[in-house]
Ligand binder design. Structure first.
Ligand code: KG4
Ligand code: ZN
Length: 363
């Protein structure tokens, strides 16, 4: 007898998005509901953790109900509840973990704790279930800029990471300096379209170092001084050109390092995931470079780049099949590490004092 396909409810509340989704069988997305808190935090120029947690409490039940209604599944159809355990904001994570735990307990079905970053990684396979491994995965979001080698046995090896700011964080801070609001990445992406990317050249840090680590704080400081000098001279800011030049510097570094990792590890596939993978210039450059290098590329569709619950349900489905269930003692973990083996170089270690939770764009 063929057993019915698993039906997983995914829940994501790690930062400023309250999201729920139902994924069935072979990663069939039955529904995706999302409430974004950007209106709440926009006025503060970054995420206010206490407000985020409160808003999650207010909206989580409605978002879950919406996801269930759209998927046309009954509570009794669910096989498991998968919830983001971390990394993220403590109070925000706690809402999802408590809600997911209570729901799974009441329904007498398994609870699955999902690493938010593994969720992002899973998003690469949503539209390309046959995407091959081994492959290089670049996770590029508000709190992470990490390169991994995903092996065919499902394990990961860390190849490189940012030594200071994450790429998304750099976008958010630049947008703040330019008065473009929060979140900054989409704003810079939009404004840059009418700018000249070659008008102002920002530094490309670490491009020549020959390693796979990143550093974005220097570009940010260069922008700060550039704007300060303009302001002192009373020269109007060429905002579109600045946005385009700044974006170009970050995107170029991301693309160069990602393809260097592909070359060095002799793989034929590259997946780029996380909020910054929504960047239009990054997508264009990655696509043309992949085509000319004969590398297979996975870029999630835009809705799956930024935080969403489909990716959490998809990662949950994988864990369900492997029987990786959480106990009722599951706790939110703001610093939950990605389960990757460390590469041997000393450079893998983050410099002391720079440890940060997933979302540094806090106020
Ligand atoms: O994955 P995500 O939604 O949350 C984290 O896990 O951090 O990523 C959010 C980050 C923010 O820094 C946001 O500015 C950036 O992704 N982002 C973008 C774009 N859309 C979102 N950065 C550049 N261009 C975009 N179009
Ligand atoms: Zn994320």
């Amino acid at each position: 007898m063929v057993s019915p396909p698993a039906v997983i409810l995914g829940l994501e509340t790690s930062c400023d998005e309250t999201a729920a989704a139902v994924v069935r069988g072979d990663s069939e997305v039955a529904s995706s509901a999302l409430y974004s808190q950007h209106d709440v935090h926009g006025q503060f120029g970054g995420v206010v953790p206490e407000l985020a947690a409160r808003r999650h409490i207010e909206t989580v039940e409605a978002v879950v109900t919406e996801a269930m209604r759209h998927a046309k599944v009954a509570w009794s159809d669910l096989s498991a509840v998968a919830v983001t355990q971390g990394p993220g904001l403590a109070g925000a994570l706690l809402v999802g973990v408590s809600f997911g735990k209570a729901l799974a307990y009441a329904l007498r079905i398994p609870l699955i704790g999902v690493n938010h970053l593994e969720g992002h990684v899973a998003s690469a396979w949503l539209d390309q279930p046959d995407f091959p491994t081994p492959c290089v995965v670049l996770v590029v979001s508000g709190g992470h800029t990490h390169l991994y080698l995903a092996d065919s046995d499902g394990s990961y090896r860390l190849l490189g990471q940012t030594l200071d700011d994450a790429a998304g964080e750099a976008f958010d801070k630049a947008a703040k300096m330019l008065g473009l609001g929060y979140p900054g990445g989409p704003a810079i992406d939009r404004v840059a379209r009418s700018g000249d990317a070659g008008a102002i050249r920002f530094p490309r840090p670490y491009l020549k170092r020959g390693n796979l680590d990143f550093s974005f704080s220097g570009i940010k400081t260069a922008l700060l001084y550039y704007l300060r000098d303009l302001d002192r001279a009373g020269t109007p800011r060429p905002v579109a050109d600045v946005a385009a030049g700044f974006q170009e510097a970050i995107v170029e570094v991301l693309v160069e390092k990602a393809f260097e990792a592909v070359r060095r590890h002799r793989v034929g596939a590259l997946a780029v995931v996380g909020g910054v993978s929504a960047n239009s210039r990054l997508r264009t450059l990655l696509s043309s470079r992949a085509a000319s290098a004969g590398v297979r590329l996975a870029l999630p569709r835009l809705a799956y780049c930024t935080d969403n619950a489909v990716m959490i349900a998809a990662a949950g489905l994988r864990a369900y099949r492997q029987g990786r269930f959480a106990s009722w003692e599951l706790e939110a973990d703001p610093e939950l590490p990605f389960p990757a083996r460390q590469a041997s170089q000393a450079s893998r270690k983050r410099p002391a004092g720079t440890t940060r939770a997933k979302h540094p764009s806090l106020v």
